[in-house]
Design a protein. Structure first.
Length: 329
């Protein structure tokens, strides 16, 4: 096992599944059994075989969600890479899923190199395409976040006017903060009605790779300001998209849904991208993401000397409640 991949702090199934994925991505593992996983833990600190079985079930669920994007398959008491003779699946390019995983690692090389702006801007592309798929046929999406792309002007005041034109709505109050960059909006998705009139679905999307997803979502899109800048009418829908996987039963999901109308975690993203057929369409942004992943994996496997370890934050242990509603989590 690579020195980069430390044993997980939590031995609950979701954390173990996340750890197994990173282990297989970093070490290029093709085949990992329950017995092999148990052998990686010191005696007396091993999770039970039943817990590892639940972690493998989490991996199996992900392979059903996104069969053309998710690079692993569960076969009985083993997890194998797609393309393995026992996988029942052709080889799958792992770079999209590996990007999501590397983008959420606190000890990845990009963290040392202070490349959070690069990682965030790369994340905007799959989010844009996933949201376009979710809203359905006839919808349109663009990246509004910084740095400017998709034809967006650099100046924020001009960019909002440009966005109103793209969406097909009247411009609003020009008294806008010129240094706002993107005012929390990384992507915009909308579905015009075809009659040229307002009153159609519009989503303002915040896309984030940050560790503390609830804190980031709390820095919400200033919707009242946006309604002043563009004449949306009653208002657009706010969406929070994260590269992290939010486990079922977690308080975080309920808290996120209090902060945004729609929540899109990694599982939803890969399912939408699978439905969008990006594995076959090969969008323009895919090469940049794959190049980033290749560079990160090279540095992980060939670490330079004297690189300080980043401070790794641990997730706060959640208390349980008899009143917890599983449908809200």
């Amino acid at each position: 096992m690579s020195d980069f991949v430390a044993l997980p702090e939590s031995l609950e199934p979701h954390s173990l599944a996340e750890w197994i994925e990173i282990l297989m991505i970093v070490d290029s593992e093709d085949d990992l059994s329950i017995t092999a996983v148990l052998a990686m833990f010191p005696s007396g600190q091993r999770p039970s075989a039943d817990i590892i079985e639940l972690a493998f079930a989490t991996i199996e669920d992900r392979s059903f969600i996104a069969p053309s994007i998710y690079p692993f398959r569960r076969i009985d008491d083993r997890v194998v890479r797609s393309g393995h003779p026992d996988s029942g699946s052709p080889p799958i390019d792992p770079c999209v899923y590996a990007f999501f995983r590397i983008a959420t690692l606190q000890n990845a090389p990009w963290v040392h190199q202070r490349q959070s702006a690069l990682v965030g801007s790369l994340f905007d592309y799959p989010v844009r395409d996933a949201m376009n798929k979710w809203l359905g046929d006839g919808s349109r999406s663009l990246i509004f976040g910084w740095p400017p792309r998709d034809g967006r002007p650099a100046d924020f005041i001009d960019a909002v006017t440009w966005l109103a034109e793209q969406v097909g709505l009247p411009d609003g109050d020009l008294d806008r903060p010129p240094d706002a960059n993107d005012a929390g909006v990384d992507c915009v998705t909308w579905k015009p009605s075809g009659d040229g009139r307002s009153g159609f679905p519009i989503w303002l999307i915040q896309a984030s790779v940050e560790y503390d997803v609830v804190h980031k979502a709390g820095q919400s899109i200033p919707i009242e300001a946006w309604k002043r800048w563009i004449k949306f009418g009653a208002g657009p829908v706010t969406v929070f998209a994260t590269a992290h996987s939010v486990p079922r039963g977690s308080n975080a999901w309920m808290e996120l849904n209090d902060l945004a109308v729609q929540v899109v975690d990694r599982n939803r993203l890969i399912g939408l991208l699978d439905d969008a057929g990006i594995a076959h369409s090969q969008p323009d942004w895919l090469k940049d993401i794959c190049d980033f992943v290749a560079a990160q994996l090279y540095e992980i496997r060939n670490p330079p000397e004297d690189v300080p370890s980043p401070r790794v934050r641990r997730r706060k242990r959640e208390r349980t409640s008899d009143h917890a509603d599983p449908l809200a989590r």
